[in-house]
Design a protein around this ligand. Structure first.
Ligand SMILES: Cc1cc2nc3c(=O)[nH]c(=O)nc-3n(C[C@H](O)[C@H](O)[C@H](O)COP(=O)(O)OP(=O)(O)OC[C@H]3O[C@@H](n4cnc5c(N)ncnc54)[C@H](O)[C@@H]3O)c2cc1C
Length: 391
């Protein structure tokens, strides 16, 4: 064997799993494989506080107040007990890679691409650009392959470009994050600006779309520059960092691995939340579960794949996506009502993993009843099909 465990992909899920495995099962020999030659800041992970994870000391900023803005007004909410937090990827990578480097039995092989897996009695073989590698179990965190969208399912991309800028004059209130400013929405595309002020002179400003095709980078950048000038009133600034992303927002169930010794992880395992695209905390939760399973049960039996999100959450996400698919112009007021009508702590729990039954009821009550009831009934067909397929 080349290792006990192979991890294909040293991104968020692969590195998180390695760190969780080092905590729960330090004797395992872990080999991570990734074509990347380096890890640089390529994204910024944001999430709601409340869940424990091993990267808490990488949190760079927390906001206890946040707002949603539309043409009709704005809502600002806040909480002493819940914060919206962010971790820049470089801080995350540094902590994870440092932990792996210090572990005597863990190693990252850079410049190595995994092409596929083959299983035999008692082991799995990864076919890679550096030859074949064998282990007792493999975790597959490669980006998922594109596939056709079955009828009745929704598959959107949340696509965006963000600029981190630094201004000469004080320009931002670092206490308040703008989660969605819909005033830039001018057609049927659901589009908003996301502004994370890091201090009084620095902010990450992202032009974000829910759905539609990705666009040339210059289009997002022009729109961000216009927004900074016209809406934020800033005339001159320096661009410090740029990031670009496209995250699935999808009701299509993830593909399960045909091999019992290969476990999908991360976005490949469907952990990007359909209604939001958020995945960071779900990746931490799933990594912990897999690591505990490896330590208590061993590597021969697969960890329960489980649903990426609870059934009720997945259903509500389907209703949201289907409704917005039919009524994209309703998005701004729908989000504003939701943030206005639901207590911040409930909202944070809902955004994290769907929250409790009463959180979901509070959320539904904050929204216009008639159109959502119609959509709920329409969504029941595919949801029932999905439930019967999986039970
Ligand atoms: C720009 C951006 C911002 C985001 N912001 C947030 C956020 O604020 N909050 C949130 O919760 N979620 C966010 N997400 C969504 C999600 O958390 C991230 O996409 C997260 O990185 C997903 O982790 P992952 O490990 O599945 O994929 P990745 O982190 O993308 O890792 C995949 C890894 O696989 C490697 N790889 C590719 N091909 C191969 C191969 N053939 N063999 C081996 N390895 C391979 C890649 O090099 C990469 O390292 C964001 C995503 C992006 C792109």
């Amino acid at each position: 064997m080349d290792a006990d465990v192979l991890i294909a992909g040293a991104g968020c899920a692969g590195l998180s799993l390695a760190v969780h495995l080092l905590d729960a099962a330090p004797d395992l020999e872990i080999l991570l494989l990734d074509p990347r030659e380096s890890h640089v800041r390529d994204r910024t992970w944001c999430f709601w506080s409340g869940a424990r994870h091993p990267f808490e000391d990488a949190v760079r900023h927390s906001w206890n107040r946040w707002r949603v803005v539309t043409d009709r007004g704005e809502v600002e909410r806040g909480s002493e007990s819940v914060a919206y937090q962010c971790i820049p990827a470089d801080a995350f990578y540094e902590r994870a890679l440092d932990r792996i480097e210090r572990a005597p039995r863990a190693r990252l092989a850079r410049g190595v691409s995994v092409e596929g897996f083959r299983q035999s009695e008692g082991s799995v073989t990864a076919v890679t650009s550096a030859g074949e590698l064998r282990a007792a179990r493999a975790y597959d965190g490669r980006p998922p392959e594109a596939r056709p969208v079955p009828p009745g399912e929704i598959h959107w991309l949340q696509h965006f470009v963000g600029l981190e800028i630094e201004t000469v004059e004080r320009a931002f209130d670092p206490g308040v994050a703008t989660l969605m400013d819909f005033r830039i929405m001018d057609g049927a595309d659901i589009r908003f600006m996301y502004v994370l002020p890091l201090d009084e002179r620095r902010a990450l400003v992202e032009d974000t779309f829910f759905g539609g095709e990705t666009r040339p980078e210059a289009e997002y950048v022009d729109s961000i520059r216009r927004y900074i000038r016209d809406r934020l009133g800033v005339e001159s600034w320096t661009e410090r960092h740029r990031e670009r992303g496209a995250i699935p927002m999808s009701t299509v169930p993830p593909v399960e691995s045909a091999l019992s010794r290969v476990t999908p992880i991360g976005v490949r395992a469907g952990l990007a939340r359909p209604a939001t695209g958020y995945a960071f905390l779900a990746i931490q939760r799933r990594s912990r579960r897999i690591a505990v399973h490896a330590s208590r049960v061993g590597l021969d039996s697969p960890p329960a794949s489980g649903r990426p999100y609870p059934r009720a959450t997945a259903f509500l996400d389907r209703v949201f996506l289907a409704y917005l698919d039919r009524e994209p112009r309703a998005a701004p007021e729908m989000f504003r009502s939701m943030f206005a009508g639901v207590e911040p702590e409930r909202m944070a729990r809902f955004m994290f993993d769907g929250g409790s039954r009463s959180d979901r009821i509070a959320l539904m009550r904050s929204l216009p009843a008639a159109p959502l009831i119609g959509q709920t009934l329409r969504s029941l067909g595919p949801a029932l099909r999905d439930a019967t397929r999986r039970t």
